[in-house]
Design a binder for this molecule. Structure first.
Ligand code: FMN
Ligand SMILES: CCCCCCC(=O)C(=O)O
Length: 381
């Protein structure tokens, strides 16, 4: 079976879909579950507390309904978006996910290569399994952004940002909702920490500042050091101001849910925001990302790009978010499950299917491009 994705520059990219490869999100999730140990799968799938927000993220999407327009000649579809002066053929990015080796030995390298085929930017996590330099070398033809967890030792943060700049990354994404790790009952039950298993030390292993700080006593010390370092409850807007001064790259804040914080981001000179509740993994009981989006889009009023994640499972979900005014969308768990189920090829198949779903959904909604999507009638029912 062959699936094709036609991008706006009329390049048809096709991949072979193996007969028994998973297609729907539910099939991919189930294949990942079979491929992984229970604690590892659970770390990826679960959320904080009683997982109310994980469920709300998914349920909220079902509440938004589209009223399509017809007879609008959608034969020439343009899915491209321009963010920070770069034009991408699709409005999709891959969310930063730490410890990807948990899903596949090739981890971030496999994901970066699959993303490059579809020109989908990959946002590499601070706690990635491979270093910034390894991922940069894995493929030069993809756009990569770097996600930063602020460190108690500022030099570690600035050093990583510098390395990302030198490696040609296109943006810095500062995650602001993880000043301490969420209360994750399932991981506690399984006594599970992916870092303790050594899956996510790419950037720290090769970070001389970090290693000298820890005096590299043993790997357990390093792991504890990483965890201690990314626990930073003191994080505040002054750090954002400082980071903005220290990088020439566009700075994006990930984890915004309140319109006032979106306005503060603009006031502090931030270049973009990601409306996100971290896939329900941080504060249980927070508003679903999709419900938070409309008010934020309204106050931001196109001053900076508004990106979105948490709960996107299919192309049609992305269409709803774009119709509500987001400039681009990120997916998390769907590509991680695809990686666990099928490695680099699995991620490629997921991307092809997802983008085809988005294209088909745009056509059937009667919109030709992402700008027109904003005019689409969408209501919460
Ligand atoms: C296993 C896992 C690890 C994650 N690691 C990070 C991380 O290192 N940095 C970060 O900013 N967000 C991280 N996230 C959150 C994602 O970037 C994203 O916000 C979330 O997965 C979006 O929700 P979705 O999974 O429903 O698409 C992680 C998510 C998962 C599932
Ligand atoms: C034990 C280290 C976890 C690093 C944080 C990764 C993350 O953001 C997550 O949601 O998990």
């Amino acid at each position: 079976m062959s699936n094709s994705f036609k991008s706006n520059d009329n390049v048809v990219q096709s991949i072979d879909i193996e007969e028994d490869s998973p297609i729907s999100f539910e099939e991919i999730e189930s294949a990942a579950k079979q491929a992984m140990s229970t604690p590892a799968f659970s770390y990826i799938a679960s959320g904080a507390g009683g997982e109310e927000t994980v469920r709300n993220n998914a349920d909220a999407f079902k509440k938004y309904s589209i009223t399509p327009r017809l007879l609008n000649d959608v034969s020439k579809l343009d899915t491209s978006v321009t963010i920070f002066g770069q034009t991408y053929p699709t409005p999709l990015l891959l969310a930063p996910v730490g410890v990807l080796k948990l899903a596949d030995e090739q981890g971030d390298l496999a994901v970066a290569r699959a993303a490059a085929k579809y020109k989908v930017p990959f946002i590499q996590s601070t706690v990635s399994s491979y270093s910034i330099e390894d991922v940069a070398q894995a493929t030069s033809d993809s756009s990569k952004w770097f996600q930063l967890y602020w460190s108690t030792n500022e030099e570690i943060s600035f050093n990583m940002v510098k390395r990302a700049e030198e490696a040609g990354y296109k943006a810095i994404v500062l995650t602001i909702d993880t000043i301490t790790l969420g209360y994750r009952e399932k991981d506690m039950r399984h006594r599970f920490s992916p870092l303790a298993l050594g899956y996510g030390q790419g950037n720290f292993e090769s970070d001389p500042v970090f290693l000298s700080t820890l005096e590299k006593v043993n790997s357990r010390t390093i792991v504890q050091g990483i965890i201690d370092n990314i626990n930073y409850p003191a994080l505040n807007w002054e750090h954002v101001k400082e980071l903005k001064k220290r990088t020439s790259l566009p700075l994006v804040l990930k984890g915004i849910l309140h319109p006032e914080d979106a306005l503060l981001a603009i006031e502090y000179g931030v270049d973009g925001i990601i409306v996100s509740n971290h896939g329900g993994r941080q504060l249980d009981g927070v508003i679903s990302s999709i419900d938070a989006l409309p008010e934020i889009v309204k106050v931001v009023d196109s001053q900076i790009p508004v990106l979105f994640d948490s709960g996107i499972r299919r192309g049609i979900d992305a269409l709803k978010v774009l119709a509500l005014g987001a400039d681009a969308v990120l997916v998390g768990r769907p590509y991680v499950y695809s990686l666990a189920a099928g490695g680099e090829k699995g991620v490629g198949q997921f991307l092809a299917n997802f983008l085809q779903d988005l294209q088909t959904s745009m056509m059937l909604s009667g919109v030709k491009d992402v700008k027109e999507l904003r005019q689409l009638k969408i209501a919460r029912v």
